[in-house]
Design a binder for this molecule. Sequence first.
Ligand code: THU
Length: 139
Amino acid sequence: MGENQELIRAAIEAMGYAYTPYSGFQVGAALLTEEGKIYSGCNIENAAYSPTNCAERTAFFKAVSEGERHFAAICIVGGKNGVLTDYTAPCGVCRQVMREFCDPKTFRVILAVNEENWKEYRLEELLPKGFGPENLWEA
Ligand code: THU
């Protein structure tokens, strides 16, 4: 099994845990560290709506809170009621969280419908001219 296939499987499995009583739109993410470990995440909605956390940020925050800082790729799957018919791209807030921890030129974002149908982007394609940690470095 290829690396992307393993990530796609993990993302689909994570989608099964999505808590989506309001939108019904289930998302799963699988975040790969540079050392090869996978952290998964699902979206978690809230009755007050705005506290909702996307699957991608769930995966990042799980990983960072366990000491991880170096990431190679993330795979994202999503669909209404968990039915995967199209590619689900990360929202702007999640792209910005990726920008905090990942090199835009090398970090891979894999959008998948199933193990055979996926598209891969570099973060810089999805968040061009982004604002990142280095903007705050001392001159
Ligand atoms: N959602 C994600 O989890 N990730 C995305 O990249 C897009 C949106 C979730 C948030 C909310 O629970 C549902 O999808 C509908 O917006």
